[in-house]
Design a protein around this ligand. Sequence first.
Ligand SMILES: Nc1ncnc2c1ncn2[C@@H]1O[C@H](COP(=O)(O)OP(=O)(O)OP(=O)(O)O)[C@@H](O)[C@H]1O
Ligand SMILES: [Mg+2]
Length: 601
Amino acid sequence: MGALKRLNSYLSKYKWAVVLGTLFLTGANFFLVWIPGLIRKTMDEVEALKNADYDGADTLFSTLFSTEAGIILAENAGYLIGAVALYGILLFATRQTLIVSSRKVEFDMRNEILEKLMKLPQRFYAKYSSGEIYVRATEDVNKVREYYGPVIMYSINTITRAGFVITMMYVVSKDLMIWALIPLPFISVFAYWITGYIHKHSIIIQEQYSELAGQAKETFSSIRLIKAYNRLDNEQKKFEKMSEQYRKKKLRLDMIESLFHPALNFLIGISLLIVIWKGGEMIIQGSLTVGNIAEFLIYVAYLTWPVAALGYTTNRFQKSLASWNRIEEVLDQPIEIESLTTVQEQKDPKSTFGSIEFKNVSFKYPDTTENVIKNVSFKIEKGQNIAIVGRTGSGKTSLVQLIPRLFDPNEGEVLIDGQNIKSLDLEQLRSAIGFVPQDTFLFSDTIGDNISFGIEGATTEMIEQAAEKAQVKENILDFEKKFETMLGERGITLSGGQKQRTAIARALIKDPNILIFDDSLSAVDTKTEEAILKHLRQELSGRTTIMISHRISTIKDADVIYYLKDGEIVESGNHQELLALEGHYTNMYNKQILEQELAEI
Ligand SMILES: Nc1ncnc2c1ncn2[C@@H]1O[C@H](COP(=O)(O)OP(=O)(O)OP(=O)(O)O)[C@@H](O)[C@H]1O
Ligand SMILES: [Mg+2]
């Protein structure tokens, strides 16, 4: 049981809380089991009192303190109150130790998973959907927490309570004990089965609900399209159908759930019936008192819940283990892209990185067979502006994402300033690179925060300057709240071109030595593009720049242009040189000229 050992290792930090909790719970059960004995004594005393010379005209209160039996009764009442109070206090203390430490373990585990997830390579993210990852960090952690909380608590409870209760039963009557215990395993099995059923169906219902919620979300986020295409009725019918399915399943689960308690009580009732029946016989034979039966009935009642909990706990435990296996899968993922360097001086925050070299680099995505980058070699000198062009799907994005090590190549190596990037400090490497990815992602946050995302402690001036360089400042100043304007779901939506320029500002504010633009000007018109490029050129002088584009106008001034075809560099040179080749690049150029001319007609 390696998994269990590892699960328990999380508790080592809180082992004193667990030890204390176990003691508290044992104590609580000790006092609880005290109660039936006191009740038996009380009942037997009442019986004695009834038979004694007792003047019924006296008030209860005066009787209590005037007769011998009365004094015993009063004492018993005192003990009873004491036992109940101690039981309550200890139970509270148990929850405060055991359940609280389970919450702390949950917190630790969630943080550990998140920390791990942050370090995992893109390779991992290409394999698991974001939904799967999300479930592991949320639902699965919740289920594992149940192991630390209810599972451990109920197990200790069942063991200690059953220990005390069965001992007491044995002391009272061994025969009656055996009779009373017979139905209990059935209760356990029943509880195991029904909690399993409820759990399984709850998951189905939860999924159904997510689907329903997803459908509603999609409807509302595409409401303009739905209205424009006159699909309102259709959408409503779709929703109603799903809603109806949800209702049916939910009602069925509700029915099973409402059967649970009556059925359980029925089984408990059988147990009690046996005690009364067999115990009654023993009273008649004179081996037990009425008080004994009362005592016994309470013992049985005490046992039924922990025994039912045993079934529940076993079920929960299985679910916890299943969830733990899924979490373990994440925790045991290799962090392929690890920072190898330990050299302190390399951690200099302002690096001098500049030249980039690809040496026989081949790369393929996980779960695919064919290389998308095939034996590519080229060198970019420090401060050079290079461009990569090629048809869609030729591997441009795949190529540049090897530089900040979002993926590592399968063969060959990428060098920066002559050093394999695998031997560089990852943080330092990434902070030297300003990467504007192809699909712009902006957070639901202010524009200012979106721009300053990559650096700590950016000043307003820095943000404004970056926005200015990326030609988006004027647009931002037009908004009422300027740089404080919220984006995303609860804010405004930027136009495609504004988004791209905000992303460029985000890369520029880092003041990086190496800049990579992956088709970052595709959504702006040629005039704005020219303006941005003009500013960038000043900004970019001295920096190594890689620009990917589909538009020749964007890249024609680059020092070297590489034409990528099916993951291979098939042409390279500057604009004029490439045109002279009359190959792929010339083809692409001619097509674009033609398109432009057609557009101008
Ligand atoms: N995560 C991935 N897993 C598997 N295959 C991928 C993945 N990302 C891209 N590919 C594949 O790799 C190939 C190259 O894709 P890439 O995104 O590098 O092309 P691109 O040149 O940037 O195209 P575009 O000009 O359209 O941006 C494509 O065939 C694509 O389907
Ligand atoms: Mg691309």
